[in-house]
Design a protein around this ligand. Sequence first.
Ligand SMILES: Nc1ncnc2c1ncn2[C@@H]1O[C@H](COP(=O)(O)OP(=O)(O)OP(=O)(O)O)[C@@H](O)[C@H]1O
Length: 243
Amino acid sequence: MLSVQNLEKTYHSNQLDSPVLKGLNLDVKQGEFAAVMGPSGSGKTTLLNILSGFLNADGGKVLLDGQDILHAQQEELTQIRQKKLGYVFQDFMLLDSLTTQENVYLPQVIAGKDQKEMMTDTELLFRQFGIRDIALKYPGQISGGQKQRVAVARALSNHPLLVLADEPTGNLDSRSGEAVMDAFIKAKEEFGATILMVTHDAKAASRTGRVITLKDGEIRSELMKNGSDRSFMEEILHYLGEA
Ligand SMILES: Nc1ncnc2c1ncn2[C@@H]1O[C@H](COP(=O)(O)OP(=O)(O)OP(=O)(O)O)[C@@H](O)[C@H]1O
């Protein structure tokens, strides 16, 4: 579903070259929920920004459902971003002047979705994620965990092929973080969503099925979940402690 092949990215600043991604290879299967971890500066956000089409790469391929997003024309890229990708950011990125429901309507209106379908889909998402009672509230009137669940609903609203999440629990206390992770699990189990999440949080990572660790611009290891969330978290913490 997502295939990243030999991805390379070097930043140039003050006549200094900083290679950040050095021929990275990664595959994500349809319906998979995977986490990307690694030390600060290892290139996690750079990877996500390239997958989002927000940043150019210097080499390699990013195939989303067979379509190479690195070499897509601008118009094609806009279509991919609107219809095939969903985003969840650390700081929610909700519009304060719109209700939570209107925030979720917005990308659907932009994508030209039928109004009745939009309302039905939104209602279903709000119900699934336990945020129906805040549908008419504004972001300033709700908690961080609720904001992030609205952001997850928004990311799923156009039935994307892939949801990209950058530190979605980074600004949340642990209980709110759990609620957001519950929303991702529901998205995977009930909507068949495919999710790639960057995180520093071993507890959040342990809710996924696979943890990919980056180091110095390359994949250092992949940990697969074989048992409970708890035993996976211990494995992740042990691995990070040794790394
Ligand atoms: N626009 C830029 N220009 C120059 N260097 C950059 C730029 N953006 C990021 N970098 C550098 O590239 C490296 C990777 O950054 P990136 O943000 O991808 O790392 P990260 O793994 O997401 O880090 P963190 O966990 O701290 O968010 C860092 O050394 C960073 O300083």
